[in-house]
Structure formats: structure tokens, C-alpha cells
Design a protein around this ligand. Structure first.
Ligand code: ADP
Length: 449
């Protein structure tokens, strides 16, 4: 029958599509289901890059790297609580994953720097932007080329098992068809994270209550419930990546170094309201009290010159600029007259060496050189590190570390790869590598059963 396959993949982000293509190419008949009306999940929104070590692309740019360096950077970034075996796979397969994507038509020739990396290893399309959208498009095109059965508006509800506890398929709910079973020997959960579900987020980390999220609407974590109901164990759930300054446009995480190097924070009324370099939780709370729950990072060309990362933000279109603060205010809906006064006042404080307004300890530079920039920001939840526990074959494990036969997990729905903190550029790397691995392993398993 039509709804009997070897492998069902749940979720159409980078992990799900990678799994679907890999399982198909390993000889499996597959169905990919997606609960939302659009494909791509959060993967589609990723702006950074795809981390990979010792690639041809790096060599072409004379960048020396090694899987071991990527391993060490990732463990350090994750505060060493990552699952070392999974990080080994992430780093040692990364070059192969870039090659796999390239063979399928991706352009990952640009190699840039991301936080926590000791060398440039963040691969992305020429020009630097939109790695996620590009990767998802390439995977989608390849899925279509293979005639993969892709069912939108179809939610994975419950993994079905036989008396021995082996996966036998999944109960799904289609928007028009209603509930039905898809019979399969293996199910791959690639349902992403839950950053968009503030209730769930705040329960795990109360300091994040009220935060917006950069995530797509589907990132609410129902896939985690599916995994748990099937017996899968969750780990590291309390590690949720949040940040006081996410760009409202594009949801790009704006590094603290922008403030560290001299940017100020102002509200829509053009006024400063907080010590810009206070702790993350205090800065976040102060921003949430402003009109529209957003604020603006304001800086000039001297700050931009001091921090190459800013070129990336300008390139991504999240840091509009003008040659005067009044013009900038007009463009961005900030009171330009007040903004001009605020910057003049701030510059006088820099000259005096003491911030008597907000007790900012470090006043690196006055803002009076060249163009002015404004990045509209708001605190946000970006990524959830925790998730379902998997082994090195992407098999889902229960609390006793016993494999649930036929159940696989890949991507943000899993925990362990990123430890307590995910490095920028490691999400795309994770979803391609583990998505592909899950697809191959699930196909292999299905063939045996
Ligand atoms: P990853 O980066 O790990 O691939 P994404 O967030 O990009 O994760 O993609 C996950 C996708 O899974 C999203 O498109 C989301 O809407 C979808 N999804 C989440 N839960 C379910 C579910 N229960 N059934 C079907 N699709 C789901």
C-alpha cells in the first residue's frame, strides 16, 4: 500500500532532508512528513555558516585546520559537557558533509570566522549570506529529483511499536486526511528544537521568561514529546541559548563585542536606558521594558573598524547606516533629535572618563567618526541544546542507554552534540552530518528487518 515504506522521516529541516536523501540513496523507500505548510524549519533561517575542518575550500584559502581542532573548539564551546563520541563524528565527518552537499550542487566556497572557532571554518555561499536557505534549497531540489514522497501539513503524533518494542511506523495527522498510520521499519525524528515555545523554555530556565525567539513557528518541541512517549531519554534540556541582542531583522545573534567595543543601546525615544555592558540577564530585562520591547545598538565607523564581525552584519543587511544620526533616526523610526543629543552626551562622558548616567565601567571610544549604524535588537532564544539522547549511529536511546530498535534522531531535536552551548556554524554541520548518518543507518536497519 501507499503508506508503507522503509523509513519515515519527521521534519523537513536540514536534518530531515539530509536523512531523506541519504536513506533514499541507500536504497530505502521513504516518506518525509512536515507539520507546517512550508519546508525548511529553522535550518532555512541560519545565517552563519557550516563548520567543517580541513576542507578543500579551506585549503584553497591557505587555512590550516584539522578535525581535532574543530573537536577541541566544539568541546570548549560546549563547556565540555558535550558527548565526546558525537563531537568526534561531527568534526571527523564535517569535510565529507561539505563534499556531499557540494556534489549535490551547493556552493560552500566562502569560508568565514565564527565565535569560538580557532580558525576560519564556517562554510557558506559566495558572498557570505543565507547558508541555511541555500542548503535547504539544494536538499529540497535533490529530494524532488529523487521523487521523494514529501507530505506537508502532516504531523507526527506517535511512534508505533510491536510487542518487542521495535518501531513499526508512526501515527500521523494530515490536515485534510486526518489521522492515519504510516507503516515503516524505521522512524527518524528530525523535528528541531523548542525555542519558540516560551512556556517550555521558561519552565527549564525561568530567566528566559517573556523572551522572543528567532525560530520558526514550528519550533515548539512536540517532536520531543513524540520521542519521550516512544521511550527516548532527554538530556541537557536546561541548556538554552539566549542572548540580549538578537537582530529583529533576520534574527542574527549580535555579538557582545559590538557593545564591548563601544556601541551604545538606545530606545525608540533616542535615549540610553542601561549600562550597555552589564550582565546578559540585566541587559535583557532592561530592553524588554522599552517601547516595543526592542532597542537599538548605535555605533559609528570607528567601532565598525575595530571589529570585523560587524562587516558580516552589514553584509547581512541587519545594520543600516546613514551619514547623520538624524537621517538614521528617520530611517529606523528613532527620535533623531534626541538620539543626536544622547550621542553628544555620551561622547562628553567618554571624554570625562566616567559614565555618571549609567555607570558603564568601560568607555572605549567616542561615537563621532564616519557613518552611524543602528541594529534593532531584542532579547531572544535562539537554540535549544538539549534533546533526545542518541548514540553514534543516531539511534535513540532510553534512560538505560538501551537503543529503541528502529528509532533514530538527528539535528536540534537531539542533545549531546553541542553540550551547554552551541558554537555558531555548528548547527548546519550537525544537521547535515547527523541527518545523513541517521538516513544511512535507518536504511541499513530497515533492509535487515
Ligand atoms: P533541524 O535544524 O534539526 O533540521 P529544523 O528546525 O530546521 O531542525 O526543522 C525541523 C522541522 O520539523 C520543522 O520544519 C518543524 O516544523 C518540523 N516538525 C516539528 N515537529 C514535527 C512533528 N511532530 N511532525 C512533523 N513535523 C514536525
Amino acid at each position: 500500500p501507499r503508506d508503507t515504506v522503509d523509513v519515515v522521516i519527521v521534519g523537513s529541516g536540514g536534518a530531515g532532508f539530509s536523512a531523506a536523501v541519504a536513506a533514499h540513496d541507500s536504497g530505502a523507500k521513504v516518506i518525509l512528513i512536515e507539520k507546517e505548510p512550508v519546508i525548511g524549519g529553522n535550518a532555512k533561517l541560519a545565517a552563519g555558516g557550516m563548520n567543517a575542518a580541513w576542507t578543500d575550500q579551506q585549503k584553497a584559502k591557505n587555512i590550516t585546520d584539522s578535525p581535532d581542532t574543530m573537536y577541541k573548539d566544539t568541546m570548549k564551546g560546549g563547556q565540555d559537557i558535550n558527548d565526546p563520541a558525537l563531537v568526534k563524528i561531527l568534526s571527523s565527518h564535517s569535510k565529507d558533509s561539505v563534499d556531499w552537499m557540494t556534489k549535490m550542487g551547493a556552493d560552500l566556497t566562502d569560508v568565514g570566522m565564527m565565535g569560538g572557532a580557532s580558525v576560519n571554518r564556517s562554510h557558506r555561499p559566495t558572498g557570505g549570506a543565507g547558508v541555511g536557505a541555500h542548503v535547504v534549497q539544494v536538499l529540497y531540489d535533490n529530494a524532488v529529483k529523487r521523487n521523494i514522497d514529501l507530505r506537508m501539513n502532516t504531523r507526527g503524533i506517535e511512534v508505533l511499536k510491536d510487542d518487542n518494542g521495535s518501531v513499526k511506523g508512526i501515527l500521523v495527522k494530515g490536515m485534510y486526511k486526518g489521522y492515519y498510520w504510516v507503516k515503516a521499519d524505521a522512524v527518524i525524528l528530525a523535528t528541531g528544537g523548542f525555542a519558540k515555545n516560551n512556556e517550555r523554555v521558561a519552565k527549564l530556565d525561568p530567566s528566559l521568561k517573556g523572551f522572543i525567539s528567532t525560530n520558526q513557528p514550528g519550533a515548539v518541541g512536540d517532536g520531543l514529546d513524540v520521542a519521550e512517549n516512544a521511550g527516548g531519554a532527554l538530556k541537557d534540556m536546561q541548556y538554552i541559548q539566549a542572548h540580549p541582542t538578537l537582530s529583529v531583522k533576520g534574527g542574527v545573534m549580535i555579538t557582545e563585542a559590538v557593545r564591548g567595543n563601544g556601541a551604545i543601546l538606545v530606545n525608540r525615544e533616542g535615549k540610553r536606558f542601561v549600562n550597555e555592558i552589564t550582565t546578559r540577564d540585566k541587559a535583557s530585562a532592561a530592553i524588554l521594558e522599552q517601547t516595543g520591547k526592542t532597542a537599538y545598538l548605535i555605533f559609528d565607523d570607528s567601532v565598525r573598524k575595530s571589529l570585523s564581525k560587524i562587516n558580516q552584519y552589514v553584509g547581512l543587511g541587519v545594520a543600516p547606516s546613514a551619514d547623520s544620526l538624524v537621517k538614521l533616526g528617520k530611517m529606523e523610526g528613532i527620535d533623531g533629535k534626541a538620539l543626536t543629543e544622547t550621542v553628544a552626551r555620551y561622547n562628553s562622558l567618554v571624554t570625562s572618563g566616567k559614565d555618571t548616567d549609567f555607570e558603564r565601567a568601560d568607555l572605549p571610544r567616542a561615537l563621532n567618526e564616519g557613518n552611524y549604524y543602528a541594529i534593532e535588537i531584542t532579547p531572544g532564544v535562539h537554540h535549544t541544546m538539549g534533546g533526545v539522547m542518541i548514540d553514534t549511529k543516531a539511534e535513540v536511546m532510553d534512560a538505560k542507554k538501551q537503543v529503541i530498535p528502529g528509532l533514530y534522531g538527528a539535528g536540534e531535536v537531539t542533545g549531546g552534540v553541542h553540550g551547554a552551548n552551541r558554537l555558531g556554524g555548528n548547527a548546519i554541520s550537525d544537521i547535515i552530518t547527523f541527518g545523513r548518518l541517521a538516513g544511512e543507518e535507518a536504511a541499513k536497519y530497515a533492509k535487515k528487518n
